[in-house]
Design a binder for this molecule. Structure first.
Ligand code: ATP
Ligand code: MG
Length: 588
């Protein structure tokens, strides 16, 4: 098996295209050509302080994808340097999500915390070189003393501490002799540096929280910058790919490697973050939504987390194709949510089984069809795929149809039901609307029609063109289903631009979830979590991974199913409607 297959990183047509074109792959190619690196190694470095979101999918596809395209390897490394925010639950879910997306780090699972001892030794080493010192100032005083882009920072008096004193204080910090905030270790670089990141950055701070892996072993924790490049070097990473906010940190990344005197020098390359319209992508704020109960959890189907998207019915294939199509660049931009939806439709159209579900039912009574009769009609499971077969759907005198498929008065170009109009019932007969009934409030409750027995399975041979085909469900065997439909969690398009005086929570869409009670064909009682469905003419749906209980799971045969609906719970999430708004937008 080649490393390719080994790495279990799916390749798509679009991926291959990108191999030649994006700027990161060009740089990697350059580095292989020049001999700067002979093998390619990348890493995906999440901080386990929340669940992964769709933005992380871009980083994952980039890190694993670049490694795969150059026959290299990609590590999974948890950047677990902050004990107060990190938890095992997050570690477990991140691993699940990366695998679900289709990527595999094999035996290369690492933690920055694995390197705490080595990082400590290196800190001692650079103190000995006179390149780091123990600071007494508080974090507020440090920020104040850092200066501004136009004004140099102030050198702290601690800068001139002797190496011996620094070594002894740093050891004291490690041994728990000082309270939190009492001291930090700082690199001694240049308080007048034009890049503020280089003005004596903090390397270590004191924290007495318990770490999810190292427990109470340490009470000093390395800052991101001190941990990241060294972890990359230890693992032999060639290209450390990250988002643009780390661009200013690159000189520091390189300074630390130089200060220690490490031979292996990974190359950091930055790319722009994925921003999606109407979508919040900050773990901190997503955590807040969860903690305040504004959503039903990290996997609420409205959340942009991978677990939310999965529960909503997004496939990993669709997410990968989307990320690839969105591309890699260094310019910040906003991607339309409609584009993500376009890619999930593209994927599901090929494989989501078609079923008939009526989401807002009214009755259609076929007055010339005998009440004691019923038939099993054959209908295709997947019109795109002839091998997907057919299944029987029950037809009878009383059917459920969509309220919106009937109009009291037909207007021009109305090809559905209206008095006198003819439609085809999917996989069954032509029917002509003869009458309708309203309730006291004026709402239509029943539509009457007559059917043409000879029209089964096609036309009537008289050359008539019946333009409309509508879906239906037999009342005699309909299952009650709960349909959860979602719109965006926020009403604001660009969540990076919160207006003055407002909070992102002011833009929560209170109508982002609506629940409908529909009627489904009998077959759907055995749908399985993880399978994708298209409810014909309605949208793509999946059984909800938490609340759905099939009739099979509820221990009932389908024949027994009717009338015992309280035991099963047919709860479906709408992934996306059928209406594409993006390809039209993109074609403009
Ligand atoms: P958040 O701000 O959501 O907490 P983060 O950058 O702090 O995100 P990390 O766990 O540190 O989250 O991120 C792991 C990797 O994912 C990093 O390399 C980071 O650059 C990348 N990443 C995070 N958000 C995005 C995004 N929106 N688009 C692309 N990459 C991202
Ligand atoms: Mg982070």
């Amino acid at each position: 098996m080649s490393q390719h297959e080994d790495a279990n990183s799916p390749k798509t047509s679009e991926d291959s295209l990108k191999t030649a074109t994006d700027f990161i792959r060009s740089k990697v190619k350059e580095d292989l050509g020049s001999g700067r690196f002979t093998t390619i190694k990348t890493r995906f470095p999440p901080e386990p302080n929340g669940y992964l979101h769709i933005g992380h999918a871009k980083a994952i596809c980039t890190d694993f994808g670049v490694a795969r395209d150059f026959d290299g390897l990609c590590n999974l490394r948890f950047d677990d340097t902050n004990p107060s925010k990190e938890e095992q639950e997050y570690v477990d879910n991140i691993m699940f999500d990366v695998r679900w997306l289709g990527f595999d780090w094999q035996d290369r699972l690492y933690y920055a915390s694995d390197y705490f001892a080595q990082l400590y030794e290196w800190a001692v080493l650079i103190i000995k070189k006179g390149l780091a010192y123990v600071e007494d100032l508080s974090s507020d005083e440090i920020s104040k003393g850092r200066g501004t882009p136009t004004e140099a920072g102030i050198e702290s008096a601690c800068r001139w501490r002797s190496i011996e004193e620094n070594l002894s204080l740093f050891e004291g910090m490690k041994n728990g002799e000082f309270g939190e905030g009492k001291h930090v270790l700082r690199a001694k670089i240049d308080m007048g540096h034009s890049n503020l990141t280089m003005r004596d950055p903090v390397m270590y701070r004191i924290k007495f929280d318990e770490h999810h892996r190292t427990g109470k072993t340490w009470c000093i924790y390395p800052m991101y910058d001190w941990a990241h490049g060294q972890s990359d070097a230890i693992e032999g990473v060639s290209h450390s790919l990250c988002t643009l906010e780390f661009e200013n940190h690159r000189p520091l990344y390189e300074w630390y490697l130089e200060a220690i005197g490490l031979e292996h020098r990974p190359r950091q390359i930055e790319f722009s973050r994925l921003n999606l319209s109407y979508t919040m992508m900050s773990k901190r704020k997503l955590l807040e939504l969860v903690e305040l109960g504004l959503v039903a959890g990290w996997d609420d189907p409205r959340m942009p987390t991978l677990s939310g998207l999965r529960r909503r019915g997004y496939s990993p294939e669709a997410i990968r194709e989307f990320v690839t199509a969105a591309g890699l660049s260094r310019s910040e931009g906003m991607i339309e949510l409609a584009m993500l939806e376009y890619f999930v439709r593209q994927d599901l159209n090929k494989r989501a089984m078609r079923v008939m579900v009526v989401s807002d039912p009214i009755k259609l009574i076929i007055t010339n069809y005998p009440a004691d009769q019923s038939e099993w009609m054959q209908t295709e499971n997947l019109p795109e795929d002839k091998n997907a077969g057919t299944r029987p759907v029950r037809f009878s005198r009383e059917l459920w149809i969509e309220r919106e498929d009937f109009k009291e008065v037909a207007e021009k170009k109305w090809f559905r039901l209206a008095p006198g109009a003819v439609v085809r019932l999917k996989s069954a007969y032509y029917v002509t609307c003869t009458n309708f009934k309203k309730d006291a409030g004026g709402a239509v409750v029943e539509v009457h029609a007559s059917y043409e027995p000879e029209s089964l399975g096609g036309g009537t041979g008289d050359g008539r063109k019946v333009k409309g085909t509508i879906h239906w469900v037999s009342c005699a065997s309909a299952l009650d289903v709960e349909l959860r439909q979602y719109t965006t969690l926020f009403t604001l398009e660009d969540l990076n631009q919160i207006p003055e005086g407002k909070d992102y929570k002011d833009f929560i869409n209170t109508e982002s979830l609506s629940v409908l009670h529909g009627k489904a064909e009998l077959w759907l009682g055995q749908a399985r979590v993880g399978d994708y469905y298209q409810f014909m003419r309605q949208g793509y749906y999946v059984p909800d991974s938490k609340d759905y209980v099939s009739y099979t799971e509820a221990g009932l045969g389908l024949a027994e199913a009717q009338g015992k609906k309280n035991q099963a719970a047919l709860v479906f999430n709408r992934t996306v409607s059928l209406k594409d708004t993006w390809s039209k937008l993109a074609a403009k």
